[in-house]
Design a protein around this ligand. Sequence first.
Ligand SMILES: [Mn+2]
Length: 333
Amino acid sequence: MDFTDLLTFLKSFPKRAVILSHKKADADAVCSSIVLKRIILDISPGTEITVGTVESISRPAKEIISVFEEEVITDPDIGDTDCLIITDTATFQQMPHIEEEVRREDVKVVVIDHHCGHKDTEDIADFYIVDESATSTCEIVYQIAAGLGITLDRRDSEIMLLGILSDTAHLRFATKETIFIVNELLKNGADYDMVLSILEIPEDISKRIARLKAAKRMEIHRVNDFIIVTSTVGTFASSAADSLIKIGADLAFVSSVCENEILISGRSTRGFFKMTGIELGRDIMPEIGEFIGGGGGGHSCAAAAKGGENIGMALAKCVELTKSLIEKGVLFV
Ligand SMILES: [Mn+2]
C-alpha cells in the first residue's frame, strides 16, 4: 500500500466526509469505521466526519457503539459530502440506493475492504484499498494507522480488537498477521477480558430458532468425500449456514426468501477450500447471483448471493455448480 499518496490525500482532506458501511453493519464494519475516523482526524483535524451505516446496525455492533458512547448514524445524508469512504463493503447490493450519489463528479470515493474485490466499487474509487488476505477490515485500518505512524490508544485498540475477534470467530480464522496485530493492540493497553465480555451477549432467540430449523430442514448431498447441505430459513441464513458447518457439513447453502427476493448464504470449511481450491466468493456466488437475476460475492469460505429469479431452483443450482467444479477437479491446488 502506498502510504505517501494516502497521507497527501488525507492532509488535503475535504471539509466533509462520510464513512459508510454496509446494511446490517456488523462489528467489523462499525469498529473499523470508528477508528478510521480517529485516524483521519489525527491527520486532518478540521474535517467534519460522520460515521454511518446503510439501513440498520447488527446487535453486537449496537452494543459496542453504546459501550464506547460512539455516534453511528443509520442512513446518513451523503448529499453534501465531499468524500465518501466505504468500509467493509464490496458491492452496491450491500448498499442499495447510494450508487447514484457515489457517481457524482464532485465526490471523492475511498474503498477500504477485505472482501473479494468487485468492479462495482473498484470502478468508482479514487482510493481502492482492498486486501483479501486480511481477515477483517479492522486489520486493514490497523495497517493504515501503522503505515501513517499513528499509535492507537487503549480505547481505539479495544474497538479494533472487537472488530477483529468478531470477524475471525474469536480468532478461529486468524492468520499470522492477525495474531501479530492482536499482540500490538494488547501492547497498546487493550483490556482483553473487557473486550471478550462485550462480545458475550446472549444469542438472539429467533436466531437460535433459525439455526435449529435449518438443521431440521436440511438436505444432504454427498459428492466424493464432501458433504454439501442445503436448507431454508425465514431469516438469519448466514448464521444458520455457519451452524450447519459446525455440525459437520463441508459446505452449506442456506436460503431465505423475502418479498420475491432470495438470499443465499454459503459457507465452507477451510479444509474444503484447501483441498478443492474452490472459493465461494469467486467461483460459486457470482454465478449463482447471475442465475437468480441479481449478484453475489464474498470471501473464500463465506459468501452470499441475492436476486429475484429462479428462486425455486437456486439451491439445487448451488449444489450442481459445486458438484461440477469438484468433479472437474480443475481447481485443485
Ligand atoms: Mn468484515
